[in-house]
Design a protein around this ligand. Structure first.
Ligand code: PAF
Length: 283
């Protein structure tokens, strides 16, 4: 595996690949890789001649200083994992390499997607994501880029970014990868205490019940049920639960036959914030 820390050197390497008409698959990450990331790399390997992964803990998308400082870093292990799945190139730049002297986000208009759910609790987060993803796309110029559905709002926002900025890349989504007990895989899971780790599968258990209830119950009834499920939980604190239209991400109050819905949830397990979502069906 080739490892690059400088964008110019990576660009030169990839421009040679481009002239050979080979397709480039790109998997941007913040490291602390888990099986979910690896499944993205494997999918990218299947559909492209060359796969580039990036590891960059992007400061502008963190709205919580402690979350940024304590974000898990496991570079040696990550490199081993990437080599094992035959990832071709790793881009591992420094903050200076990406942002020079100005660690700031661009301001984007994502047609309102950015104000829903995560946007209400993580101010500026999606401007940070938009900024880094656009920057990385400009450097790597991938044909296809791969993102997980755990961050479903991020995925929709990146699709919007590509459309609005007329970027020549196809966004590929991949289903949520879960631990055996149902907890959605996330780099932040590594920071959970044993107590909170044991409690966390409750989130997916609730989402699975929501999926069942959605077929027969009113949305307001489901919302109240979820709030109550978390009310007396000793280790988990509900930040938000919402059933939303997959396309607009706007909270749904009533079900409409021609729309697609998903349930979205954010929960604090101690200081660690976990998010998850599930696709819903009307019948
Ligand atoms: O999903 C992530 O890990 C990050 O938000 C991303 C897309 C790599 C941008 O920093």
């Amino acid at each position: 595996m080739e490892i690059y820390t400088k964008k110019q050197a990576l660009k030169v390497y990839l421009s040679k690949i481009k002239t050979q008409n080979k397709s480039i698959g790109f998997v941007p990450t913040m490291g602390a890789l888990h099986k979910g990331h690896i499944s993205l790399i494997q999918k990218a390997k299947k559909n492209n001649a060359i796969v580039v992964a990036s590891i960059f803990v992007n400061p502008t998308q963190f709205n919580n200083k402690e979350d940024l400082e304590k974000y898990p870093k496991t570079l040696d292990k990550d490199i081993e994992l990437l080599k094992k799945v035959k990832c071709d190139v790793l881009f591992y730049p420094s903050v200076e390499e990406i942002y020079s002297n100005s660690v700031k986000s661009e301001s984007y208009d994502f047609d309102g997607l950015e104000y829903e759910m995560e946007g209400k609790f993580r101010h500026g987060h999606f401007n940070g994501v938009g900024t880094i993803v656009k920057t990385l796309f400009d450097i790597v110029k991938p044909n296809k880029a791969y993102f997980g559905e755990k961050d479903f709002q991020q995925l929709q926002i990146i699709k919007k970014l590509v459309k609005k900025e007329h970027l020549d890349v196809s966004i590929q989504s991949c289903e949520i990868y879960r631990e055996d007990d149902g907890l959605a895989m996330s780099s932040r899971n590594a920071r959970l205490t044993i107590e909170h780790r044991n409690a966390a599968p409750f989130i997916y258990k609730v989402l699975k019940e929501v999926k069942q209830k959605f077929k027969t119950e009113k949305i307001s009834v489901i919302n109240n049920w979820v709030t109550n499920e978390f009310k007396n939980h000793t280790n988990l604190e509900l930040e938000y639960f919402t059933i939303a239209d997959e396309k607009t991400l706007k909270t749904a109050e009533v079900k409409e036959n021609d729309k697609k819905y998903r349930a979205f949830i954010a929960v604090f397990a101690g200081k660690i914030r976990l998010i998850d979502n599930i696709k819903l069906k009307l019948s």
